[in-house]
Design a protein around this ligand. Structure first.
Ligand code: NAP
Length: 316
């Protein structure tokens, strides 16, 4: 069976940054770009213009940015396998990585499988309906798009993400409604208070969006009050899911220490996980920042940590 010094699982900014650094350190990394949890390239592949990635003063389209990342890791010698990793065996070294077509051993492993924004199965919000035509799961990525400007916008959720995204959207929308299924926010007090006192933000308590309607883009939402059963239709320019993320860690099957909501735990000040030789980078270990640039930064850290660990172990 083929054995590699370093295998990287993932294809977003964290994975490719790790690959660029590892390839330049002569670790000849093998990178698995899967597609089960979303398109290869990660969450930026479903975004339009990225305006907050440093170095692109005029912005860059998410897929183009990921093409660049990928080209740069290939340029330095990363070998890419386009297949999903189905399971890994981390019980002993070298670790066994089982892809849909291959099985490879790895002395060190970087997991950068990302997280998937949760969505709700609402009529009108599905793929092929208004998903990405006014319905999105990332206000920070998409909120500045022209279709949202000056429009009433609806954020679904009641946690920190919902209040943060609603606050962010006040820069663009005419009015921001937080649609929350309960009568109390889950968000931290300080963030909730900031949002609640913003003149543009209103919370629709005990409410759910039942239907999203429009023509080529979103124009209206149908909202139901769960206490009164009253249903009303309101004009809308956008719907933003902010109901949390699901880290893509199911394939690990309990072999690494995760936090209470499934993110890989890394040691303070490094990207080392609970298992020596296994490192994590990007959103799969980050429930807080979740930005392309922070993912890339942790990808760099994971590669440097892996290189140091391989040297320390005397693995040439
Ligand atoms: P979260 O805390 O899990 O909140 C998810 C929200 O979505 C909850 O209010 C939940 O309602 C609602 N929700 C979940 N499933 C739903 C459904 N099926 N239908 C309708 N509503 C649904 O997720 P999060 O806000 O993304 O935060 C995740 C973690 O990241 C938290 O630890 C948070 O503190 C952290 N975070 C921090 C910051 C920051 O510090 N700047 C920013 C963002 C996130 P219920 O309340 O009724 O359960």
């Amino acid at each position: 069976m083929q054995k590699r010094k370093l295998i990287i699982i993932g294809s977003g900014p964290a994975a490719h940054t790790a690959a660029i650094y590892a390839a330049r350190a002569n670790l000849a990394p093998l990178l698995y770009e899967g597609f089960q949890a979303g398109p290869a390239g990660g969450q930026l592949m479903t975004t339009t213009e990225v305006e907050n990635y440093p170095g692109f003063p005029n912005g860059i389209m998410g897929p183009e940015l990921m093409d660049n990342f990928r080209a740069q890791s290939v340029r330095f010698g990363t070998h890419i396998l386009t297949e999903d990793v189905e399971w890994v065996d981390l019980s002993k070294r070298p670790f066994k990585i089982h892809g849909s077509n291959t099985e490879v051993l790895a002395e060190a492993l970087i997991i950068a499988t990302g997280a998937t924004a949760k969505r709700l199965d609402i009529e009108g919000a599905r793929d092929g309906e208004f998903w990405q035509k006014g319905v999105t799961a990332c206000a920070v990525c998409d909120g500045a798009a022209p279709i949202f400007r000056g429009q009433p916008l609806f954020v679904i959720g009641g946690g920190d993400s919902a209040v943060e995204e609603a606050t962010f959207l006040t820069k663009y929308g005419s009015k921001i409604y937080i649609v929350h299924r309960r009568d109390e926010l889950r968000a931290s007090k300080i963030m909730a208070e900031r949002a609640l006192k913003h003149p543009k933000i209103e919370v629709l308590w005990n409410c759910v969006i039942e239907k999203v309607m429009g023509d080529s883009i979103v124009r209206k939402v149908q909202i139901k009050n769960l206490q009164t059963d009253q249903v009303e239709t309101r004009p809308a320019g956008g719907v933003f899911f902010a109901i949390g993320h699901q880290p893509n860690t199911a394939f690990l099957k309990g072999q690494l220490e995760l936090n209470e909501v499934g993110y890989i735990r890394v040691k303070n000040g490094s990207m080392a996980t609970s298992l020596p030789g296994v490192f994590a980078a990007g959103d799969v270990q980050d429930p807080t920042y979740r930005q392309a640039v922070t993912a890339a930064g942790t990808g760099c850290m994971a590669a440097l940590d892996a290189e140091k660990w391989l040297n320390h172990m005397g693995i040439e």
